[in-house]
Structures are given as C-alpha cells and as structure tokens.
Design a protein around this ligand. Structure first.
Ligand code: SAM
Length: 470
C-alpha cells in the first residue's frame, strides 16, 4: 500500500485553499459537503467562489498567499497552478505541521483526494497511489454500478436501530452476525426498494424476536465450482463473507477460500498429502455440532454439492438433527471443464444427450452399465476416472467405442489446466504418458473432437499416434 487510507473529520474546522480557479472550486465543493469552514486566499476568484463568499459559506481573502495563512487550519490545499506559489504553500504548511495537498503534484503533497463513490453516509474512496488514476476511475465506476442509490438510506436506517440491537444482542461477534444477516436479508431489501415504513415494522419484529432468544445456527452446503474463483455464484460469495466457520474439501482452491471473511474459522476435512480423509460420518457430526453452536456454517464443496459431492447425505443428516440447512449450487466439473476447453457437451449435429458418470466402477454395489452407456450415444463425462481409465476404456471398446474421441481435462479452469485428447482405445496410454494425476475429467464422445483453443491457459496435446498404437 503506497498510502494510508484515512477519513479525516473537518466539520466546523478551518481548511485553507490557496487559489481561486476551477481546481480550487472542486476542492471547495468537497470541503463544504464534509462540513468544513473553507478559507480561500486568492487575488481573484471564479464567479462560483465569489458567490460562495457572498453567501457566507466560505471566507475569501482577496490577496496573495502569506506564510501565516496556514496557522491554525486543519488541512491546506495549494490550487493555484503556479509552481512557485504552490511550492510556498507546501513549504509553509509542512513547516507548521499542517497536512498539505498540491493539486496534481503528488511530490509536494502529504495526502491526495481519492476518487469517491458517495452514498452518504457511505463513502467509498478509491486510489491507485498515483500508479494508474484512470484505472482508479474505472474501479470507481464499477463500484458506482454495484451500489444501489439507496445504500445511504440503508445505512441511516440501520443507524436508527443500532441502540436497540445493541440492547438485545449481547457480544460483538453476535451483533456482527445480526447485522450481516440484516444487510443481506429481506428487511434491508425493503429499505432499498423504498418501503422504509414497512421495513421499520419488520425491523421491530426482528429485534423483538432476538430479545426472546438467540439465533439458531444455519448450514449452507455451497458449491465452490471447479477451481476458478470467479465461477462461484454471487450467493456463495455473500455467504462466504458472512460465515463464522467454513468446512471445506481439499478440492476447494485457495482462490475461492480467499473470498471468505478473514476471521472465519476454517476446518479442512479433505484428503491431502500425509492426511487421512475425515470420514463422512464425522463430517456430518462436525456440521451438526457447529450448527448447534448457533454459528453460520458454510460447507464448501468442489463443483456442485449434489453431483458426486455427498451433499445429499449431509443435507439429510442436518435435517434429521433439526439444523436448518440450505444448498447453493456450483458449476460442476463437467460444465466448467467443457467451457474452459471449448468442448460442447451436446451439439445439434453430433449428440443430444450427456451423462455424468462415476469412474469408480459401481454405485451402491451395482456396477456401472458401460454397455448401455455406450449404446445411448450420449456424451459421457466421467468423474473420478483417473485410476480406472484402463478398465473404462476396455469396457467401452468392447461395446463398440474403441475409436470414439476422448478429451481428458486435468485441473480444469485452474492456472495449471491441461488437456490431452485421443481415442478410447489409447486412453490408458494417453493418461500414463502424460502423468495425469490432478483432478481430471474424462469426456468421451464425438464432441470431444471439437475441443478448441480458448482464452484459458492450457496445452492441447493430440495423441492419434498413441491411439493408433493402443
Ligand atoms: C468427488 S468428485 C466431486 C465432483 C464435484 N462435486 C463437481 O460437481 O464437480 C471429484 C471429481 O471431480 C472431477 N473434478 C473436480 N474438479 C475438477 C477440475 N478442476 N478439473 C477436472 N476435474 C475435476 C474429477 O473427476 C474428480 O475426481
């Protein structure tokens, strides 16, 4: 960070502005909004500044700057555009220990005026530390679009209830949770929609309910997508910001975990080098325990919780224990990987069906019916198939798919994504030759031949030679 971001209180305090042109006028508009008592020193001023002086909103001394002008002011600005005068303002202010800003001269300034998004009393300041002011303005514009115009009204509404909430919700952490829930919930939505009277009634109900007893915990079973952090849903992102505790798998990337509140507790229940997987029963217990503590729990799972994610078992266990639970979908590996390598899982001219299938060989004791799958003509998206690739290829080849194209996408949507392509008969050789070891998805079907270069970094390696040998 190049500068320390601060918000400075200038209400009812004198602030010196040396200069009477447009640059000075811009500073004055801002200072007046912040309740300062600006003092302008300039022999001549614009009509706007003269009018402000006539209205008594500023003090104007119609003369040249003197060193003594900096005495007793809270802040000072050099806005004359004249290098010698601005420099003398900076020197005098620095000698007197008064922070100074010289317009467009970061080298003479103690502070800068950032790009501002205003939703009074919410103010967002954006600075690039002088590195890229245009980018700072682009960021400001993005924030402008993000914040509804009524954001300020929402802040004032919340301020009205701060005392009442403090009285019924003891403890800072619990209050933080209360307000997190409030700002993301229906009462806040009502304020933003302009119904403050209805929102005030609802808010009283909320406060009274809290007075009757503490919050019950909630567990959100959330899909983290295949890896790229910007593939998670907006709802998942909001919940990660509100969670007290995050229970996550190994497949969840650190980029996604970085979206969580920094002080949230993290429990890793995934397998990793030198670690054993936490058994599913124990994971269910952890979720129930955390829910019973009244905490907001995010159970973060790779891809989508309901696609080979055991999200169904966790939901059932939580419901049986009487813990409120909700599921938030995620982009499953097949969808994420296919998009990342430009591979359409269905295609009007090729196939009209896709099947997500486990490569583990059996489900609940019943073996996967590769014969039916081969006959179906559907694209096969095989999860967890790396170790079983030789058997899968053998089975499919036996049922007429030896020459069907395959694409193996490893670490899909992540910076280390790789894709290798070939034919079913050469699948095992293809995978061992390329040491596919990360999470990988095997796509089998004519569409696998349509893989294209995309904006994602990856290497496409075609092994017709291996296929022919296989
Ligand atoms: C236990 S399953 C979890 C699937 C997850 N619930 C989903 O919807 O994507 C794990 C398998 O998903 C696939 N997988 C998950 N993330 C992947 C990624 N980024 N690239 C390729 N395959 C991935 C691999 O086949 C891996 O063995």
């Amino acid at each position: 960070m190049r500068q320390l971001p601060l918000f400075f209180t200038v209400r009812d305090r004198a602030v010196l502005v040396v200069g009477g042109g447009e640059a000075a006028a811009r500073k004055l508009r801002l200072l007046l909004k912040a309740g300062a008592r600006p003092v302008v020193v300039a022999p001549r001023v614009t009509a706007e500044i003269a009018a402000l002086a006539d209205e008594g909103r500023i003090t104007w001394h119609g003369r040249a700057f003197r060193e003594g002008d900096v005495a007793g002011v809270a802040l000072s600005y050099g806005a004359t555009g004249n290098d010698a005068v601005d420099r003398s303002v900076a020197d005098a202010a620095q000698a007197a220990g008064v922070p100074v800003n010289v317009v467009d001269r970061a080298d003479l300034s103690d502070f800068i005026t950032p790009a501002i998004v205003e939703r009074d009393p919410i103010t967002v300041a954006v600075s690039s530390g002088g590195a890229a002011p245009v980018l700072a303005r682009t960021v400001k514009a993005a924030i402008e679009r993000l914040l509804p115009p009524a954001t300020g009204r929402l802040a004032l509404f919340a301020e009205r209830f701060r005392g009442a909430v403090k009285a019924v919700v003891p403890g800072e952490r619990a209050r933080l949770r209360f307000w997190d829930g409030f700002f993301a919930g229906p009462v806040a939505a009502k304020v933003l929609a302009g119904d403050e009277t209805g929102a005030a009634e609802d808010m009283l109900g909320l406060v009274n309910r809290r007075a009757a007893g503490p919050d019950r915990g909630v567990v959100h079973i959330v899909g983290a997508g295949p890896g790229a952090a910007d593939l998670i849903t907006l709802r998942a992102q909001r919940l990660l910001q509100q969670a007290d505790v995050i229970v996550h798998d190994r497949l969840v990337t650190s980029d996604v975990l970085d979206l969580a509140r920094r002080d949230a507790e993290r429990i890793n229940v995934g397998k990793g080098p030198g670690r054993h997987t936490v058994p599913q029963d124990r994971i269910n217990e952890i979720l129930i325990e955390q829910g019973r503590l009244g905490r907001r729990v995010v159970r973060l799972k790779g891809g989508d919780p309901f696609i080979f994610g055991r999200g169904g078992e966790e939901l059932q266990a939580l419901q049986a224990a009487g813990i409120h639970a909700e599921v938030v979908p995620g982009v499953t590996a097949a969808i994420g990987c296919a998009a990342a390598v430009g591979l359409p899982l269905t295609h009007r001219d090729v196939t009209g069906a896709v099947t997500f299938v486990t490569g583990q060989g059996s489900v609940n004791g019943r073996p996967v019916d590769w014969e039916s799958l081969a006959r179906s003509g559907a694209t096969l998206a095989v999860y967890m198939g790396v170790g079983q690739a030789p058997e899968i290829a053998r089975e499919l080849a036996r049922h007429g798919m030896a020459d069907t194209p395959v694409a193996v996408i490893e670490n899909g949507t992540r910076p280390d994504q790789r894709i290798v392509t070939g034919r079913v008969r050469g699948l095992a050789a293809l995978m061992s030759m390329h040491c596919i070891s990360g999470p990988a998805l095997i796509v089998i079907g004519e569409v696998a031949a349509l893989t294209q270069e995309t904006e994602y970094p990856h290497s496409v390696e075609t092994f017709e030679r291996v296929a022919a040998a296989g």
